[in-house]
Design a protein around this ligand. Structure first.
Ligand SMILES: Nc1ncnc2c1ncn2[C@@H]1O[C@H](COP(=O)(O)OP(=O)(O)OP(=O)(O)O)[C@@H](O)[C@H]1O
Length: 310
């Protein structure tokens, strides 16, 4: 993933975003930004407002209040040239069932040709695209006869055919088998590293978020309650490093706030009598559960997000 360049202007900037459906407040002051080539994962419980946030950034939904800028423009009023620089993979697409895979990608790709630039030739070459998403063998098949996972690969291909500057992926890997998932992760890394694409994705797969994202945003109660890398979020959640060992035939386990110090003291005390030592750092799933639970027991936690300044 591309290193974040602190001086560069954000590709996306969201400040105090608010959204209500009738009387129901869904987003209650969401603030974050994204730099060029950054991969952000937006996590949160069902109904937290992740799709709503993405749809506002895509210009498909009008916000109630707040400031939003994507590629320097307000999505609510941006034009077609702006839209051509976005790639979108929604949770579900309208049906393209009767189209052949290659035919569909060629047809949709043609829309982007007038927006081609010397540095960003548009659209992507269809053969290259089919290979990238692993659909070469299915190029002549009708979209409607693809399996669920293959349809999702086609959705991803449709999202990137225009070589987007910004890519929105709403639960992109639903239905992917482990190999397709790994290949998709390679695609995301390539887009971010080689093409400088800025990517905002939602997923409920925390392992995937940890593998893909430079930065994780956790949305709960209408606010971003945590904003940092997986390692940074893990450090915010104390006492979660689990140390296991054996001594004199007995097995022990201890949750240590400072595991290095704990292990040092353990060896100082018992030396060679210690065996089977294991130190297990908290996973993103542990951090996520702790942070969401912390918010649920203290809703004001969202007023001071756990943000790590770089
Ligand atoms: N068009 C709509 N009209 C009224 N309420 C809506 C509408 N769209 C979404 N909502 C409500 O807004 C809330 C947030 O929905 P949203 O789809 O953004 O959540 P999400 O975080 O993407 O959820 P999930 O993880 O289940 O996909 C939910 O309570 C949902 O019922």
């Amino acid at each position: 993933m591309s290193p974040q360049s602190p001086g560069s202007d954000p590709v996306m900037a969201v400040h105090d975003l608010r959204m209500s459906y009738n009387d129901k407040v869904v987003l209650d002051g969401v603030t974050f930004d994204a730099r060029p080539g950054e991969v952000l994962a937006l996590l949160g419980p069902n109904g937290a407002g992740k799709s709503t946030t993405i749809e506002i950034l895509e210009g498909f939904r009008h916000r109630s209040d707040g400031e939003v800028s994507v590629l320097g423009l307000d999505p609510a009023t941006a034009d077609e040239t702006w839209r051509a620089r976005l790639g979108i993979v929604q949770q579900s697409w309208r049906d393209h069932g009767r189209w052949g895979v290659r035919q569909l990608l060629t047809h949709l790709g043609a829309y982007y040709a007038p927006f081609s630039t010397p540095t960003r030739p548009r659209p992507m070459d269809v053969d290259e695209l089919l290979a990238t998403v692993g659909l070469t063998e299915h190029a002549h098949q009708k979209a409607g006869s693809l399996s669920g996972g293959q349809r999702r690969r086609l959705d991803v291909a449709i999202g990137i055919v225009g070589r987007p500057d910004v890519l929105f992926l709403d639960e992109p890997t639903t239905g992917f088998d482990p190999q397709a998932r790994r290949e998709f992760h390679d695609v995301v890394h390539r887009l971010a590293d080689l093409e400088g694409t800025t990517i905002l994705l939602t997923t409920h797969d925390l392992d995937e978020a940890e593998k893909l994202a430079d930065r994780i945003l956790i949305l709960a109660g209408g606010r971003i309650v945590a904003n940092g890398s997986a390692a940074e979020l893990s450090r915010e959640v104390e006492g979660r490093t689990e140390v296991r060992w054996s001594r004199g035939g007995e097995h022990y386990v201890h949750a240590a706030a400072d595991a290095t110090r704990f292990v040092r003291e353990l060896f100082e005390q018992h030396g060679d009598a210690i065996g089977d030592l294991e130190v297990r750092r908290s996973t993103l799933e542990d951090s996520y559960m702790a942070l969401v639970q912390r918010f649920e027991t203290d809703p004001t936690a969202g007023e001071q997000p756990l943000e790590v300044v770089r």
